[in-house]
Ligand binder design. Structure first.
Ligand code: CU
Length: 322
């Protein structure tokens, strides 16, 4: 048991954080937790009341003598029956109202929301701000309504930000969306909660909530990074775009061929004539992965939404993997 004063504990774990929950870091958190506790205490109350009554009756009406006949009890009690129908109905109606109200407010983003594109892919997240700046960490300004427009390039994933009480599936072939308003500065977990294959458990990143001034600075920094050294940028994309899940750098065969010594080698295909690997071929393999299939490999590489300069950077990077 910690002896820290309350103020220090709150600073360490975030306001509203306790045994059950993460910090209350979005506009939804307060009401969400309230409903959770209401259901929890209600269920606890009825559990105890029902089990206690059962035990009491077990003892009180137990058979006392060998061969004693069971007495005839009352078969009907209108007042009791109405009571145990009406009270739970009211309670359940109340719960439905809260659930429905919360659901509706989570489903409908306000018009003025700042839209961030979220792309999910086995096993990485990618976020893109309206200005086209991409990152593998979700940066959001505090106090603004944020809408995430999400898509998947392979299987079903699910975005979950516990501190925001936000969770929604991302289904291939369609956009899904969530919104929230961050109310607390800091870093919070973001992860996939839909089992999506081998490295599902590593499909994690974080949300960083900044004030709007810091947020602008962060966007500028990311934009700068993207235009600097292409090889360095390519190395980052190799990880953040999920290429590393299938392509190794050390010659070991993964789901896809290793990139070691790829540039300049001779390649054979199952559906095209052989050629020597050059920039043209690399570009095509990244943008239209299934046009030429490397011999011995299936058509499993996902089509990734990459910007032109990202494709360039990846090619520059591949050229350095010797
Ligand atoms: Cu996933």
């Amino acid at each position: 048991m910690s002896m820290l004063p309350l103020a220090m504990i709150q600073q360490e774990y975030g306001e509203g954080k306790n045994f059950w929950f993460h910090a209350q870091a979005s506009n939804f958190a307060h009401e969400y937790d309230w409903v959770f506790y209401f259901v929890l205490y209600l269920s606890t109350f009825f559990f105890i009341a029902i089990v206690a009554t059962m035990i009491l009756f077990l003892v009180k009406y137990r058979r006392r003598e060998e061969g004693e006949a069971a007495p005839h009890g009352p078969s009907h009690n209108t007042v009791l029956e109405i009571t145990w129908t009406v009270i739970p109905t009211i309670l359940v109606g109340f719960l439905f109202w809260f659930g429905f109200k919360g659901y509706m407010s989570q489903r409908v983003p306000p018009r003025d929301s700042y839209e961030i594109r979220v792309r999910s892919q086995r096993w990485v997240w990618s976020f893109e701000s309206p200005g086209g700046i991409q990152s593998d960490v979700l940066y959001v300004p505090k106090g603004k309504n944020i809408k995430l427009r999400m898509s998947s390039s392979d299987v079903i994933h699910s975005l979950y930000i516990p501190a925001f009480r936000v969770k929604y599936d991302i289904v291939p072939g369609r956009y899904t969306q969530v919104w929230f308003r961050p109310t607390m500065k800091g870093e919070f977990h973001l992860f996939c909660t839909e089992y999506c294959g081998k490295d599902h458990s590593r499909m994690t990143t974080k949300v960083v909530v900044m004030d709007s001034f810091e947020f602008q600075g962060q966007l500028d920094k990311l934009a700068e990074e993207a235009t600097s050294d292409p090889v360095e940028y390519g190395a980052k994309l190799y990880k953040s775009k999920g290429c590393s899940a299938c392509h190794t750098l050390d010659g070991v065969k993964g789901q896809g061929p290793s990139w070691k010594g790829l540039f300049g080698m001779e390649r054979e295909f199952s559906n095209a004539k052989k050629l020597v690997v050059d920039e043209q071929y690399l570009r095509e393999s990244i943008i239209q992965p299934h046009k030429k299939l490397v011999k011995g490999y299936g058509a499993v590489m996902p089509v990734t939404q990459l910007k032109d300069r990202q494709v360039d950077a990846l090619i520059e990077y591949i050229k350095t993997v010797k």
